[in-house]
Design a protein around this ligand. Sequence first.
Ligand code: STX
Length: 326
Amino acid sequence: MYGQTPPPRRDLYPPLEAAKSEMLKVSEIHTIYVEESGNPAGRPAVALHGGPGGGLSPEMRRFFDPKRYRIVMMDQRGCGRSTPHAELRENTTWDLVADIERVRERCGIDKWVVFGGSWGSTLALAYAAKHPERVAGLVLRGIFMLRKSEIDWFYQQGASHVFPDAFDRYVSAIPEEERGDLLHAFHKRLTSPDWETRLKAARAWSRWEGETISFAGPSALPSRFNEDRFVEAFARIENHYFVNNGFFETDGWLLQQAPRMRHIPCRITHGRYDMCTPFSNAWDLKKAWPDAELEIIGDAGHSSLEPGIVDALIRATDWMADKAAW
Ligand code: STX
C-alpha cells in the first residue's frame, strides 16, 4: 500500500550479564550450569537453547526486557558449561524436562514463560505437554518436532537440493557406500572410541547445520561452528537424540499433545526459508493448535538472529509479559 511505511523492526535488548549462576547436580553423572539475569522481581521466563547440545549464547538473554523479566537459562546436559562434556549417558528428552522442573523449584517459581527455538521449541513443547500448569505462555521459533520426515529432510534428502555445495561437504566425511543412511553412518563415527574419528565427523555434521542456518547461506556460518569443543557436544548430542527419535513414544507425539496445551498462550515465529526445520512444521503445529498465533517471516531462514525473527520474538516476549496466563 502506497504511503504506508511498515514500523521499524525491533532489535535485541542491550547486552546483559548473568547476575548469578551456579552448577546444579542433577544426576549421578551430570551437573548443569544455571544462571539468572534481568529483574529478580520480574515475570519469570526460562529460555531453552537449541541443538540439542548447542549450549547457551549470551544473545539469548537479549530477547527479554530486563526490567520486566527474571530470565533463567541453563546449559542442557553435556553441553556449554555443563559437565561431563558431550556425555550421552542419562541424556534424554525426559531427563532434560526433569532438569527444567528441578531448576524451576530451586528458583521458587510457580509458573513461567517458556521460550525456545529449534530444539528449544521441541523441548518447550515436551515440557508444556508434561507440566502444562507450570507454563504461563510459550514463545517458539523455528518449530522442530523431531518427526522422521523432519530428520530425513535435513540429514538425508531435502535441504540437500537447496544447499548442494554445503551438502557435499557434509557427506564427504562418510564413504560413498554408507551414504544411504547418513544418520547412522555419522552415529557410528560420533560414538567411536577414536578421538580423531569423532572429531572429523563432528566437524562435518555441525558445519552442515551452521552453513544452512541463515538466509545468507554458508558465508554466514556462526564462528562457534569452527570450535572443536562446541562441535563435539553439538554433533554427538544431536545425533544421539535423533537416532533415538527424540525419545518420543510415537512419531508425531508432540503434535498429538496439542489439544492438552491449547489453553496456554502460544506465539510461533518461523522463517519462510528455514532449511533446517522447514516452515511446514510450524504450519502443522498451527493446524493442530488453532489458538496458537503464527507469524511467518518472509525474508528469514532458521537462525534466531535473522532481523525479522528478532523483531517478532521481541514483540512476542513483550506481549507475554502482560498477557501470559500468570
Ligand atoms: N537442530 C536445530 C537446532 O536446534 C536440528 C539448532 N540449530 N542450531 C542451533 O540449534 C544453535 C544455534 C543453538 C547451535
